[in-house]
Design a protein around this ligand. Sequence first.
Ligand code: HEC
Length: 199
Amino acid sequence: MRNSFNAIKIAPHPEEARSAVSKDARPFCRKWIVVTALCVAVVACDNMANQPKRLPFELPGSKIAEPHWPALPPAGTVARDGEPEPMPAPPLTLALLERGHERFEIACAPCHGRAGDGHGMIVERGFPAPPAFHIDRLRAAPVQHFYDVITHGYGAMFAYADRVVPRDRWAIAAYIRALQASGNAKLADVPAAKRQQFQ
Ligand code: HEC
């Protein structure tokens, strides 16, 4: 009895049978869809690369007339890979000093310390210690020296030319001069009205 019951084969429901067939066919179809898409993409990319178009900063005279396209870099553009134009020192003003103060605290104080004593936070954590700006040799150095050190780096110090624009280099150099003056100042140098604050 049991044997004959097992022998009965139950035919799959027509719905199931259909989905079983389409499942087998799916990987095949998917493969061809991917291959076709890749071919189309390759052909399409090739066409886009070769189509007539204006390239950035292409000089005038190209086949496509497009008057607003930036054919030349805007005035004052500085090449990142070239030596920037040497800039003469701008006149010393309070605004320049304040700008130098702000930039110094961002770009230099992490190593040189806010007072320029060479004990910035990065040095406290192990970076080679720079000399204090208050030593005689740096007090006697021309202001151009500070501009040049920022531009080219010095010994263990990296160049800051790509982070500090020429005008800001002068501003920082001026502020370093102010730090040097304050680091070696006597009470008599302070205006009489403000001396009380330091006594
Ligand atoms: C990452 C740390 C670091 C930063 C940031 C840094 N410096 Fe320095 N600086 C040094 C070190 C270290 C030295 C000493 C290099 C040596 O003698 O090998 C140094 C040396 C100097 C000197 C002395 C050069 C001499 O003649 O002895 C000057 C001036 C100077 N830095 C200016 C600046 C200015 C201005 C900035 C900000 C724009 C700045 N540094 C940012 C680490 C730094």
